[in-house]
Design a protein around this ligand. Structure first.
Ligand code: PDD
Length: 292
């Protein structure tokens, strides 16, 4: 049985309860993070904690824990769950902070209110060999989300509906189009390769500043691979040599079919192959403790 963290306590998931008046439950009034940990080592933790702080600032919740406290809580959780499984496998931690619960349902913030802090960890499965060999199918959809997509809000109804639309059409991810440009996926950032150059849309309020995205840009720069942050028109997306989507739990995934048509040669491309090797090399160095 897995252990979760809830408001200062570590307890079996089955015993963890939050109030039905919690504003996360009633309003989706909260933010979250998903942080991978390899061999028990949290991956890019300072980057995730900075984004958590930015999300909390964005919805005006004071951070309930210091960075040191977050690190202690998450490490304790990882350890307790690794111990249950008898090994230090790769896990991802989900953490969530909501504004807390109040006696009355009122849209405006209750005062005073204590945030609800919840975290759990799950095993990260090894990358699916089919995905690595064949890539995934994606579809394009109109980006129906709000104006603050840079905030990692738990209010994910548009993302849920968009991802389900992709699933209904036999695809794995939906790439979201706004004003004629691709922004990101329903739960991932997007990259394209055109004439040997890696391109990804610039950060802004329209998309989540992905931690994996930043690492891909860092690795590309380190290895002198041509790489640019630039707006990507829908036509450029459709005509790309390669398309990838990135996220903390899935790493870098090649998209080989877009709206039923092959992307480039219809197989994972050579630039993706180089990049995934560099990414996994970095990840394995963190896992072994060589890098932190
Ligand atoms: N989602 N964009 C969106 C809308 C996302 O939901 C995610 C990740 C990303 C990639 O961000 P990162 O590289 O920091 O994981 C981009 C997480 C994994 C989730 O909701 O489960």
């Amino acid at each position: 049985m897995s252990t979760v963290y809830l408001n200062g306590k570590y307890l079996p998931m089955e015993d963890a309860c939050v109030s039905v008046m919690d504003r996360g439950f009633l309003f989706g009034d909260g933010v979250y993070e998903v942080i991978p940990a390899y061999g028990g080592r949290l991956f890019r933790l300072p980057h995730h904690l900075q984004r958590l702080q930015d999300s909390l600032d964005g919805i005006r919740i004071a951070n309930p824990l210091s960075d040191t406290e977050w690190e202690q809580v998450l490490n304790e959780l990882l350890q307790q769950n690794a111990a249950t499984d008898g090994n230090k496998h790769d896990q991802s931690v989900y953490l969530q902070v909501t504004r807390g619960s109040a006696a009355k349902r009122d849209h405006s913030f209750p005062n005073p209110v204590t945030p609800t802090v919840y975290a759990f960890s799950v095993h990260i499965p090894a990358p699916d060999p089919d995905v690595t060999e064949q890539g995934i199918a994606a579809i394009t959809l109109d980006d129906i989300r709000w104006k603050y997509c840079n905030i990692k809000a738990i209010t994910l109804l548009p993302n849920v509906l968009l991802r389900q639309e992709a699933a209904d059409q036999g695809a794995v991810e939906a790439l979201l189009i706004r004003d004629g440009r691709v922004i990101e996926g329903s739960a991932s950032n997007v990259f394209v390769v055109r004439d040997g150059t890696i391109l990804t849309p610039p950060k802004g309020t329209q998309m989540l500043p992905g931690i994996t995205r930043d690492l891909v840009l860092e690795l590309a720069a380190q290895h002198n691979q041509p790489c640019r942050e630039a707006d990507i028109e829908e036509a450029e997306l459709r005509d790309a040599d390669e398309i990838w989507v990135t996220s903390s739990t899935k790493e870098i995934v090649p998209v080989t079919t877009l709206d039923g048509k092959p992307v480039g040669a219809g197989t994972p491309g050579p630039v993706w192959k180089t990049m995934i090797e560099q990414y996994r090399h970095y990840r394995d160095a963190v896992r072994s403790g060589e890098l932190n």
